[in-house]
Design a protein around this ligand. Sequence first.
Ligand code: ADP
Length: 156
Amino acid sequence: MKRAVFPGSFDPFTNGHLNILSRAIPLFDEIIIAIGTNTSKKYMMATLELRAEAIRRSTAHLERIKVMEYNALTVDLCHSLEAGYILRGLRTSTDFEYEKNIAQMNAFLAADIQTVFLISSPEHTPLTSTIVREIYLNAGDISAFVPPGVLEVLKR
Ligand code: ADP
């Protein structure tokens, strides 16, 4: 069984995340979206539960996807789920440098787990959760950047 973990903060889950996820579905038997807390970030959807709810609504139309919260090393999570792959997206060279370090450190920690990268589609390259958060927190319209499921959860 080819099982991948797609880890991230997803604060919020954007159309860029959804695009990476949708394109990865044919590559794996199952993808587990694992929502974690990045200690260097300030959160908009403060609770993991809210972020999970938004992602569940946004991915309900997709098959072979699971959503969970976690608070551990990603490689430990992969081992506990018997997942051999970590899925990540790459937008820019800045992403590349950051992601390369994490992937190489994860390879030191767990040589049996491969990180698989998909390059963002051009229309999603400038889309970051950080910018979406800034727009939202300043009362701007984020509806072009996130799936409807995220907007539904934010409205409540
Ligand atoms: P983290 O805090 O772990 O970086 P994010 O939620 O910001 O979590 O991102 C999760 C993954 O999704 C990362 O690999 C990131 O590069 C990727 N990603 C984020 N936004 C986009 C986008 N617009 N297009 C493609 N990949 C993206």
